[in-house]
Design a binder for this molecule. Structure first.
Ligand code: AHM
Ligand code: MG
Length: 333
């Protein structure tokens, strides 16, 4: 049984230039995850479910658990001193850690501390997503916005935690995707899924079909394709949508499938945030052998211009993404 801590140290040689800093950073994430996990597991007993009544900069009402998770991740990352700044879905602006240690560190981290948090009130799986970059501003100075506005292809690590029927942490540092399951009695993550790969195709499609009438024509056509009866391709496919990106992604990663949050008539850039939802998931998906596009182009090549910008997101098994992509082009309006 290999623990997450042991595995990270064992793989440290993948990053000789990081001299252990990335290892410590992943350790800080692991610690915050355990704290958040503990609270989520007793959500119905503590006064942490429901909304705060406050909206974040994106006009979404924050849940109490959103803020709790945000505070825990922020505190753990600042305490370890291995990042010079963070950006979070729950913070309007990026945060610079200006202590001597913070200024001298090489990494920035972007995160969605609790994704799908509206699901927590009804005891459905939620997740945490993180994305790590090397800063581009000089070491020894405070971080700048440009450190965070790097394209996804510059990520050095990314991962998610799914607080599901068991709690799993899945990450990549660009050498495959590895999954660890938490033993709740010990509070330890053990390696359970080494070198995860997504099947070339699948039979599951995940999309909020309630928005169907607002979808682009290419997406509408692709959905009808998924629903057609065709034995050789095992259609109709099956529809599964949890409404928690991490959970929908995790299922599709294991069994093959496609997740789509497209642009809609009322939200031309879709809903998901490029920097701390789409990019980390796209990095993981490509490392697992799948694809992630915005309908037309690779997610990881998009050059961001704003911290909280959104992007349409199509992510999953190669053959399914290729088919959806072809239909987006064929039916482009
Ligand atoms: P959040 O970060 O505010 O929780 O929003 C992101 C979530 C994703 O986890 C999920 O896939 C999507 O929003 C669901 O949105 P919708 O309810 O519009 O289908
Ligand atoms: Mg989110």
């Amino acid at each position: 049984m290999i623990t997450l801590g042991e595995y990270i140290v064992e793989k440290q040689h993948d990053f000789p230039e990081a001299s252990g800093e990335l290892t410590l950073l992943l350790g800080a994430i692991r610690l915050a995850t355990k704290i958040v996990n503990r609270e989520i597991n007793k959500a119905g007993l503590a006064d942490i479910i429901g909304s705060t009544g406050v909206e974040n900069v994106q006009g979404e009402v924050q849940q109490k658990m959103d803020l709790y998770a945000n505070d825990k991740f922020k505190a753990a990352l600042e305490a370890r001193g291995e990042v010079c700044g963070i950006a979070s879905e729950e913070e309007d602006e990026f945060i610079s850690f200006d202590s001597e240690r913070g200024c001298n560190s090489k990494y920035v981290i972007l995160m969605d501390p609790l994704d799908g948090s509206s699901n927590i009130d009804v005891n459905v799986s939620v997740g945490t997503i993180f994305s790590i970059y090397k800063r581009i501003s000089p070491i020894g100075t405070p971080v700048t916005l440009d450190d965070f506005l790097q394209p996804g292809n510059k990520q050095v690590a990314a991962g998610y935690v799914v607080y599901g029927s068991s709690t799993m942490l899945v990450y990549t540092t660009g050498n495959g995707v590895h999954g660890f399951t938490c033993d709740p009695s010990l509070g330890v993550f053990y390696l359970s899924h080494e070198n995860m790969t997504i099947p070339e195709t699948g039979r599951t499609y995940s999309i909020n079909e309630g928005n169907y009438l607002k979808f682009p024509m290419g997406v509408k056509k692709y959905l009808k394709y998924c629903q057609e009866i065709d034995e050789p391709t095992q259609r109709p496919y099956t529809s599964r949508y949890i409404g928690s990106l991490v959970s929908d992604f995790h299922r599709n990663l294991l069994t093959g499938g496609i997740y789509i949050y497209p642009s809609t008539a009322s939200a031309p850039d879709g809903k998901l945030r490029l920097l701390y939802e789409c990019n980390p998931m796209a990095f993981l998906m490509e490392q697992a052998g799948g694809k992630a596009i915005d309908g037309y182009k690779r997610i990881l090549d998009i050059v961001p211009t704003e911290l909280h910008e959104r992007a349409p997101f199509f992510c999953g098994s190669n053959e399914m993404i290729d088919k959806a992509h072809a239909m987006m082009i064929e039916y482009a309006e």
